[in-house]
Design a protein around this ligand. Structure first.
Ligand code: SAH
Ligand code: SF4
Ligand code: F3S
Length: 461
């Protein structure tokens, strides 16, 4: 066991991780957990008496920054009474704020950025002498070999690329995650095969722009081929991915989605704005008409596909007419769900320097109009499901009523249904009996869901 001296006041050293931000961070947290477990730490379910507390941070919007410093302030008082506690800050905000974290919170023991996760055990050991700090400017090779402690027995995040080569003017991600690096297809397939061997039935492929996957490997995007390769893995039931960029989302991916049985009937296609002039200022490289064409293309190829999106309200200079273009696109596209954000100026982004930042009241008022419209559409999309029998994977007891279970359809809709004794990660058939804005209600039916065909031949080269 590599855990040393001071953190072991009594018994086993433990760690607690709090993750902010997106799925990439969730997955990075699993890798940090994997490395710590390899070092002899055990996972703690609360921060209260953990030897190490890690914050894996996000900086996509300003309130993410404020939350971190608020949480650190709280931990300071814990550390005052328990000085052996080690506090680690990693992730995108650490990458952005660098030395500032230790200046604002000098009691933090370790700061590491997004490009050097693997240094965590070493930095933690060094921090017994004095606070340790390490931020690199770029990942050199894809970090595939890190040990991972999965937080779910049946679902796994699988990183296919890291970083982003786009320059959307509102977005800080390229500045904190670096340039795009794709992982080799064979490595991804081997990992997925290993995961299936461990009992995983669903994987979510992760990349900031999955449709440009492979461009840095052989000059052309390979995402559709990757989907087809993974679709041949016996025992895998569901393949999800996030996110495609609309500019790179093309017919080859749609065809792969339609033809691969394991690929779920859901796509998250981030819109950001329905106005051509706004999209131009955002440097999104598509128009309203092109975006709508992609929506039509997916719907034509995959009946009943669910489409979700991200939208930013109040981008600098957004006029009432531009905002109304977003409303009209939303009315036309009929997304199943939209994650709506109020624009937040970020350092190291072009939009932060643009004129026309809008007052909070205008942004709030537009935001509420957009949410009201989308809520109506989400409810209507869910209502269409009532009466159907859907395959769900059981996620666990419902938070509100533990006698009910939560599950997800292949279209990624949350279904709350009455059932006893259905284990987490099992597949069941559920009849949809009711619909709300953000969930479906259902009841178990006795007929089990169909299994996917087992392929006889070796499935990949
Ligand atoms: N790579 C993903 C986006 C990752 S960030 C993609 O291109 O789809 C997730 C979402 O956060 C974005 O889609 C955007 O809607 C939102 N977002 C990013 N920067 C923002 C900002 N400065 N203010 C408000 N929302 C922002
Ligand atoms: Fe940010 Fe755009 Fe890259 Fe997405 S594609 S991470 S929004 S720069
Ligand atoms: Fe994700 Fe937030 Fe970083 S959205 S990539 S954790 S800035």
């Amino acid at each position: 066991m590599a855990v040393t001296k001071k953190n072991l006041v009594s018994g086993q050293a433990t760690y607690y991780i709090r993750t902010f931000g997106c799925q990439m961070n969730e997955h990075d947290s699993e890798r940090m957990a994997g490395m710590l477990e390899q070092e002899g730490y055990a996972r703690a379910s609360t921060p209260d008496d953990a030897s190490v507390v890690l914050f894996n941070t996000c900086c996509i919007r300003e309130n993410a920054d404020q939350r971190l410093y608020g949480n650190l302030g709280h931990l300071k008082s814990v550390k005052d009474s328990r000085p052996e506690l080690r506090i680690v800050v990693g992730g995108c905000l650490a990458q952005k704020d660098k030395e500032l974290i230790q200046r604002r919170a000098p009691y933090v023991d370790v700061v590491l950025g997004t490009h050097n996760l693997a240094s965590l055990p070493r930095l933690l050991r060094e921090s017994h002498e004095e606070p340790s700090f390490e931020i690199l400017e770029q990942t050199e090779v894809f970090p595939s070999a890190l040990p991972t402690r999965r937080f779910s027995p049946w679902h796994a995040w699988v990183s296919i690329s890291i970083g982003c080569n786009n320059s959307c003017t509102f977005c800080i991600v390229p500045a904190v995650r670096g340039k795009e690096i794709s992982r080799r297809t064979g490595d991804i397939a081997s990992e997925v095969e290993g995961l299936v061997g461990d009992g995983v039935i669903e994987v979510t492929l992760l990349g900031q722009n999955v449709n440009s996957y492979g461009r840095d490997l052989d000059g052309s995007p390979l995402f559709a081929k990757l989907l087809r390769a993974l679709d041949g893995i016996n025992g895998l039931e569901r393949i999800r991915f996030t996110s495609p960029h609309p500019k790179d989302f093309k017919a080859d991916t749609v065809a792969a989605m339609a033809e691969c049985e394991r690929v779920c009937e859901h796509i998250h296609l981030p819109l950001q704005s329905g106005s051509d002039s706004c999209l131009r200022r955002m440097k999104r490289a598509y128009t309203r008409a092109k975006f709508l064409d992609k929506v039509d293309m997916v719907r034509a190829a995959i009946p009943d596909v669910a489409i979700t999106t991200d939208i930013i309200v109040g981008f600098p200079g957004e006029t009432e007419a531009e905002f109304e273009d977003t409303l009209s696109l939303v009315a036309q596209a009929r997304f199943d769900q939209a994650y709506t954000f109020q624009y937040s100026a970020r350092p190291m982004t072009a939009a932060a320097e643009m004129p026309g930042h809008l007052p909070k009241e205008i942004v709030q008022e537009r935001f509420e109009r957009l949410v009201a419209l989308q809520d109506e559409i989400s409810a209507e999309r869910n209502e269409r499901m009532v009466g159907r029998v859907e395959e769900v994977v059981v996620e666990g007891p419902s938070k509100r009523d533990p006698s009910q279970k939560n599950g997800r359809t292949r279209t990624n809709k949350l279904v709350i249904f009455t059932a006893e004794d259905v284990p987490e990660g099992s597949r069941r058939s559920v009849r949809v009996t009711g619909a709300g804005t953000h969930h479906l209600k259902g009841e178990l039916v006795s007929r089990p869901p169909l299994r996917l065909p087992v392929l006889q031949a070796p499935t990949r080269a």
